[in-house]
Design a protein around this ligand. Structure first.
Ligand SMILES: NC(=O)c1ccc[n+]([C@@H]2O[C@H](COP(=O)([O-])OP(=O)(O)OC[C@H]3O[C@@H](n4cnc5c(N)ncnc54)[C@H](OP(=O)(O)O)[C@@H]3O)[C@@H](O)[C@H]2O)c1
Length: 282
């Protein structure tokens, strides 16, 4: 079987992609900036590489036919050189994109994820785009507040979101990498239902056996916090505007995970149960 390169292999989703490929008996290389840092499943070869320094990718890509790619930056500046490097070696890329990308918009209106999609489409690579909604793992950002005070202060508690389990994204990615027939697909991936943010917090509390309360934070205060962590004001305002819009129009739910893998997507409660330890007092 050909060799696969997983970019983002140490992350929430990539580590499960690596496990799927290894379990299928495929040759897997896991890209990491610090390959000695550990955290990879047994039997997986770590290779050094940095997306901000595309020249480092050539050695990692030598002999690779298919790649799982995520883009962990708030700018697509380095993307043309990375896509060129991938196209110089591989045949197929499965790109972890975002549900916000829409085919009826111009590439420059589709944000960073859309820019990277556009570069890949114009390359010689075959591609599969995973247009993913919000990750359930985003709620780990509430873990410190939950552990310390049993309360989550955040805006738009009434906003229903169809958060997706990282394992479901990885399961679709593995199918797209291992099977024929996924080239040219744009899979919109979400969880199986939409759950308001306040209910997500209640569910986390139920799964960790503590009462956890939602406290509505004014959006302006959230904006200050997000500017500190994300930096880019346009990205912050885009996210806040999107969450506000969900109060009136719940986030879309698709059944693509089940259509591709044959198994329904995991619920938010299943995700919270699996991650209860991350929210529990140490
Ligand atoms: N949050 C959302 O709701 C959402 C929605 C749609 C799409 N996404 C996409 O999901 C991605 C996050 O996925 P995740 O949660 O699985 O990842 P994650 O847990 O945040 O981990 C980030 C991964 O990116 C790798 N990485 C970071 N900088 C790198 C660099 N310069 N060169 C090479 N690798 C680098 C890290 O590897 P090392 O640190 O080990 O080198 C790590 O494996 C985002 O970047 C975004 O594109 C997110």
């Amino acid at each position: 079987m050909p060799d696969f390169l997983v970019i983002g292999a140490t992350g929430n989703v990539g580590r499960h992609v690596v496990s799927h490929l290894r379990d299928a008996g495929a040759g897997v290389r896991a890209l990491a900036r610090r390959p000695t840092a550990g955290g990879l499943p047994a039997g997986v070869r770590a290779v050094q590489g940095d997306l901000t320094d595309p020249g480092t990718l050539d050695a990692a890509l030598d002999g690779v036919t298919s790649v799982f790619l995520l883009w962990p930056f708030l700018t697509a500046e380095a993307a043309p050189a990375v896509v060129d490097a991938l196209a110089g070696h591989a045949r197929h890329v499965v790109y972890f994109s975002a549900m916000s990308v829409r085919d009826d918009l111009e590439p420059e209106e589709n944000g960073i994820w859309g820019e990277v999609e556009h570069l890949i489409e114009r390359s010689t690579l075959d591609w599969t785009f995973l247009r993913v909604g919000g990750l359930a793992a985003n709620t780990l950002g509430w873990a410190d507040q939950i552990r310390a005070e049993g309360v989550v202060r955040w805006p738009y508690g009434a906003a229903p979101r169809s958060l997706i389990h990282e394992r479901d994204i990885a399961a679709v990615a593995a199918r797209a990498l291992l099977e024929d027939g996924h080239a040219g697909a744009k899979y919109v991936l979400t969880g199986p239902e939409s759950v308001t943010q306040a209910d997500q917090v209640r569910i986390i509390g139920e799964e960790i056996g503590r009462s956890v309360r939602w406290e509505e934070l004014p959006p302006e205060q959230a904006r200050e916090q997000l500017l500190t962590s994300w930096g880019d004001p346009a990205f912050v305002d885009g996210a806040l505007g999107y969450w506000a819009s969900l109060v009136a129009e719940p986030e879309r739910v698709t059944h693509t995970v089940e259509e591709v893998t044959g198994t329904p997507a995991r619920t938010f409660r299943e995700w919270a149960r699996e991650h209860a330890g991350d929210f529990s007092p140490v």
